[in-house]
Design a protein around this ligand. Sequence first.
Ligand code: PMP
Length: 287
Amino acid sequence: MTRTVYVNGEYLPEHEAKISIFDRAFLMADGVYEVTSVLDGKLIDFDGHAVRLERSLKELDMPTPCSKDELLEIHRELVRINGIEEGLVYLQVTRGAPGDRDFVFPDPETTEPTLVLFTQNKPGLADSPAAKEGIKVISIEDVRWGRRDIKTVQLLYPSMGKMMAKKAGADDAWMVEDGFVTEGTSNNAYIVKGSKIITRALSNDILHGITRAAVLRFAREAQMQVEERSFTIDEAKEADEAFVTSASAFVMPVVELDSVTVGTGTPGPVAQRLREIYLEESRKAAI
Ligand code: PMP
């Protein structure tokens, strides 16, 4: 079945979808995005993603392409047309295609934002084999820009980090700045020590993960102790458990860090419990 995608008001077969070479995202990475997961054919935490998108747009003075209700409708329509039971909806908004390359932002009165959405079918997303074994992580220096709280499409360094991990025989990389872990290439990072779940506090240094917010809320509701503070790679190596969260990986245990076994080298009870709670509660609230 040919995938149907959405481009600026139209639902099209993917090979008919076109974007201008003058699009600001193509020339300058002047775009923001969201990834919303789909379980049982329903959207997980759509509201959180819509709110963060609005914030990203506002921080960059980028026009809003359509209302939240319209966005929800497009998400649902793509999930329906493409028959997605488990997978993702990718959304990207760019500052549009002014017809020339210029560092100055185009006038929003004459240049409309570009809005693109597509689905990725991922059967078995929730029942992932990686979650049963845990993943291996390496540490790399965080050399990204200073507004990591804005979800832009400037993903070259995270992509390079992922390749550095693959080359080292690992699955992902945690980025380190001034001696402290910021986050994973595409996820938020956590350690567990004793009864405490430790993760870096929110600031411009990290993306404000929608999954992070949900997982910390569920953890607190389950009377688990949460400490929002920075930690080092050395502290993580000595932790009882480590894990990451993201909309597409949910809660993913980390069992090795820079070739050192974390905890028992298998997914720990806290990460496993949080994954269970997250999937259960998110499925209940899915729309
Ligand atoms: N940090 C970074 C750098 C990311 O790219 C992502 C995933 N987009 C996350 C954290 C996790 O965010 P979320 O839970 O909203 O997917």
